[in-house]
Write a protein that binds this ligand. Sequence first.
Ligand code: C2E
Ligand code: CA
Ligand code: CA
Length: 500
Amino acid sequence: MNVFKDPVLLVGFLPLFVAISYSTRDIRWLIGASSLLPIMVLCLRALDFVSTPKGGRDGLTGLPIRDALIEKVDQYFATPGASTRTAACLVVDLDEFHSFNERWGRDLADKVLRITADRLQSAVRDDDLVVRLDADAFALYLAPAEGMTLDAILSIADRLQRALSEPVPVGGTTTYTSACIGVALASKSPEANGASLLLAAERAMVTARAHGAGALRVYSKEMQTEVSSTHALAEDLAQALENGQIKAWFQPQISTDTGRVTGFEALARWQHPDRGTVSPAEFLPAIEATGRTERLSEVMLYQSLKALSAWERAGYHIPSVGVNFGGTELRNPHLVEKVKWELDRFGLSADRLSVEILENVVSETEDDIVLRNLAALNALGCKLDLDDFGTGNASISAIKRFNINRIKIDRSFVTKMDKDGDQQRMVSAILTMAHQLDVESLAEGVETLGEHSMLAQLGCQHVQGFGIARPMPLEDTFDWLPAYIGKLPATPMIPAKREA
Ligand code: C2E
Ligand code: CA
Ligand code: CA
């Protein structure tokens, strides 16, 4: 609390002035008491006027807005000798914020934003500045200080990420947030002004975002070329889909009961000749925007079924492979024919294919063609996995209606569930529901042994996540499988709790 920034608090001293004037019976004290206070308030208001950044404040969080940060950075660049002590700008963007809105509703999502704003403000110094940029993005200006090296700035970014990963109380329970951060050093700003530095930090954030949740990237000149090459990307993608650069990587799913590998999920990767491995977050939007989603699903389906055959030939019986189908694929009237044709081509029965459908595709759809495709995939014998379960609002009747085989409990529920009672209760409730509806369960994003064993104890049948293995190219599965299976007999198994 800063008394001098809040003149209203000085009103608290009014009784003291009155008491003194009364006890001394001196009219000057009374005049002083009545005039001093308004004068002080006016002075402080004037000071406040000078220091209040222009552009007003954000109504929800009370933070200043974008213009205030640009103005501060402009002042920094205008200061003589600015180049000798670097300042920095950070853009902080909450991960998967849209799912907060869907999961908790607008009021609680707003609360998350206010808590985020508070956390950011308490993590920086008085002469730094935090502003709200838009819905779920904030920016920070870090004022130049002694020892402000890149390392120091990165450790501030790291501290911010840790502050944001603390549990957030919402609606009688807790949730977790994480954020991507883009950093731009004033010394690397394309132009010496606030707008340019902020844009550089935003670009770094976009690059971070493409690397997944919780990523951090520092602006470099190359990012400028990356952004201007987004259009070229769409063109490259068309070729990549045809020349084998889009590859399915595979992430194992294992039984909590026996430890056996029960499947692999196929996840798309682009092996770019210059840029290395590009993640789907970076290229899926371009695929979608250029209408190539169906081609992607053909490529992925082909490689996934081919992988099943290859594992079989190498002596590994993998019960099923999971392929992700989005709304666009599910609207293709020829989808089921294509799936059938591919299965036949490899001589595989339909139950070896798990089609992963996002929960919101099932919950939102009244689209006849999607309904017909899901029913036809079912009739063919394919398994349906409900992806990201808990983030959308699939009704219980939809689970039955589409004959969902398995729900995939979203990573946001699994994170830290071994340490957090609220997370545990949530997962436990989902598992009870799955059990009652007689659908199988798989927890995704299992990163630690603690989460793994807690899920096993709660009766979750399958787990998938970095704690078991990261997605890998097909070739690597032939090293991973024997190594994993070799360790199996030595691994003590926690028996899954089964209710009668
Ligand atoms: P998803 O289907 O929910 O896939 C799981 C994502 O979580 C994958 O990211 C995976 O690498 C990551 N992941 C797995 N285990 C862990 C863990 O323990 N911790 C953390 N932090 N992450 C984990 P990826 O491969 O980047 O895929 C992102 C999303 O892109 C997928 O989410 C899926 O929605 C989409 N996607 C990927 N491949 C395809 C595809 O072939 N077709 C379509 N339509 N979408 C795809
Ligand atoms: Ca999936
Ligand atoms: Ca998922």
